[in-house]
Design a protein around this ligand. Structure first.
Ligand code: PEP
Ligand code: MG
Length: 568
């Protein structure tokens, strides 16, 4: 009989494969290891660190050559960890003390990871997984434990934590899925799995132990369900779903170059949300028309210092070029909230989402903001670029932003550097204050993009990452809908375009009523584009407007959802 275990979806899809457990304890190997003298153990440790550094450098080079920059960046972060004096001193001290190199490495990694895991900020907590990863890699090297051997069958990597380096080193056609006990969907392992479109389920917690090594497993990545040793009936029912999934993919592929156009000719622009420039290239197969949100803070993360203007320029240029003449909207760094940056040394805050975040940091720290503005303006000559500023609440902020953009242009002019003079400057509407003020703000900016992820949290006073209140988090809440409608109307009245780049944009039902409100662009993770396009192509603008009129009279989010489900 099969066993079903419920987890959380990190990346959808249905996959079948053989389980390879990846974080099995090295205790047994360590127990049977015969150490030498303290001096010999120190020498082994040094040799292992050198060899692994060289291995990482080699794989980073290969990844860069293959255009896998995202994976390469993560591996490079491992390389920095290996050079971190706090970590290396601790390994050496312990090797001297224990006269046992693998035990010393594991102990140092555990201690360092524990310090990180108890830190306030999420970014540092997630780095604890990288420390475990690198520690096990070094220990395995000293112990002579071989890495994963991949045969003919596709495998599913499974562990409480799956090391990013392990995922990165398995070829696409051999990796069917990733299952993890831990629950984060923003850790490096998940980012790598997502960038390779590998079905991923997380958050199985201690039930990860119920999945034996070598078992056949069916992953229902749409429902977050892991089925261990599926029965023939279960396999057959999922085979049907897999066939449907493939048929759906074919249908979507056929629609790729068609516009998101209603039956009576209203066209909406569907664009992609990206985290790194490579994602812009990857989005093309889903038929995006440019990028509506480049979350530039990802360039600032996973490093130990502020990226230079040159490095930012190269990243923006790559994304702009991948947009092939369509607009590439680059959001200036949205640091703070759930995306802290350790090297900025921002003091811990009681309410980080209401604190020192995004534009508030940018305006106070021109040494951070000016190089970013200059890099975007310079990269703009390679296509069509826009600057978009997050978390705005006031006209004063907008005036300061515009003054800084002018200053950046003047500097470039004086230096004789080439830059795009026509880069649009817009803001995200993701605070209720900005939404209410849009009739005024519209006079100063070129466009608005509604960030519902934050707009919902701030309007409803519901923390967007707290699972205890997640059932209150609803983009169809009438208060949210009214703010959205007000924003779109303010844009239209002032001849400014309005888009949306929050998750709501990827909800096909929402897309229909947003279009009826007059939105011109919807930006979403690229794999969501075909289903939104299919829905838009199935209705007329007239019908959509009728639905909108009814929806705006409803009193609760649940009623709105129910109405749209029944009528669309
Ligand atoms: C948003 O708030 O809707 C948004 C797109 O920004 P982020 O999710 O990065 O905060
Ligand atoms: Mg936001």
């Amino acid at each position: 009989m099969s066993v079903s275990i419920q987890g959380n979806v990190a990346l959808e899809g249905i996959s079948i494969g053989k389980i390879v457990k990846v974080d099995q304890s090295l205790d047994g190997y360590v127990a049977s290891y015969t150490p030498g003298t303290a001096e010999e153990e120190l020498a082994k440790l040094e040799a292992a660190l050198e060899a692994i550094s060289a291995e990482i450098d080699e794989s980073v080079e290969k990844m860069r050559a293959a255009g896998q920059d995202e994976q390469a960046d993560i591996m490079e972060a491992h390389s920095f960890l290996l050079m971190d004096p706090m970590f290396t001193d601790m390994m050496n001290d312990k090797a001297r003390e224990l006269a046992n190199a693998p035990a010393a490495v594991l102990a140092a990694a555990n201690e360092t990871a524990e310090i990180l895991a108890n830190m306030e900020d999420e970014y540092m907590r997630e780095r604890s997984q990288d420390v475990h990863d690198i520690g096990r890699r070094v220990a395995r090297f000293v112990l002579g434990v071989k890495g994963i051997e991949v045969g003919d069958e596709p495998i599913i990597l499974c562990g409480h934590e799956v090391e990013p380096s392990v995922i990165a080193n398995i070829p696409d056609d051999k990796l069917a899925g990733v299952i993890m006990g831990q629950g984060s969907t923003t850790c490096h392992a998940v980012i790598i799995a997502k960038s390779r479109a590998i079905t991923t389920i997380v958050g199985l917690e201690e039930r990860i132990g119920d999945i034996p090594d070598g078992a056949k497993v069916l992953m229902d990545g749409n429902a977050g369900m892991v089925i261990v040793e599926p029965t023939q009936d279960e396999l057959s029912s999922y085979e049907k779903q897999m066939a449907e999934q493939q048929a759906e993919m074919k249908r979507y592929e056929a629609m790729r170059d068609l516009p998101a156009e209603t039956t009576d000719g209203k066209v909406v622009q569907l664009t992609a949300n990206i985290g790194l420039p490579d994602d812009a290239e990857a989005a093309i197969k889903y038929g995006n028309q440019g990028v509506g949100l480049f979350r530039s803070e990802f360039i600032f993360m996973g490093r130990d210092k502020i990226p230079s203007e040159e490095l930012q320029y190269e990243n923006y240029k790559k994304a702009i070029l991948a947009c092939k003449g369509e607009l590439c909207v680059i959001r200036t760094m949205d640091i703070g909230g759930d995306k802290p940056l350790p090297y900025l040394n921002i003091a811990p805050e009681d309410n980080p989402f209401l604190g020192y975040r995004a534009v508030r940091i940018s305006l106070e720290r021109p040494e951070l903001f000016m190089p970013q503005l200059r890099a975007i303006l310079r990269a703009g000559v390679f296509g069509k670029a826009a600057i978009m500023v997050p978390m705005v609440i006031s006209v004063d902020e907008v005036k300061s932003i515009l003054a800084m953009v002018d200053k950046a242009k003047a500097e470039l002019e004086t230096e004789g550097k080439e830059y795009a003079k026509d880069v649009q400057v817009g803001i995200m509407v993701e605070t209720p204050a900005a939404a209410v003020m849009t009739p005024v703000l519209a006079k100063y900016v070129d466009f608005f993009s509604i960030g519902t992820n934050d707009l919902v949290q701030y309007t409803l006073a519901v923390d967007r990452i707290n699972p205890q209140v997640s059932k209150l988090y609803d983009h169809f809440h009438p208060a949210v809908l009214q703010l959205i409608q007000r924003t779109i109307q303010a844009g239209c009245n002032n001849g400014k375009w309005v888009g949306m780049c929050g998750e709501m944009a990827s909800d096909p039902y929402a897309a229909v009523i947003l279009m009826a409100m007059g939105i011109t662009e919807l930006s979403m993770s690229a794999p969501s584009i075909p289903k939104v396009k299919e829905k838009i192509r199935s209705v007329s603008l007239k019908e959509a407007k009728d639905h909108l009129a009814k929806v705006m009279e409803l009193e609760t989010g649940a009623e709105v959802r129910e109405y749209l489900r029944k009528n669309l």
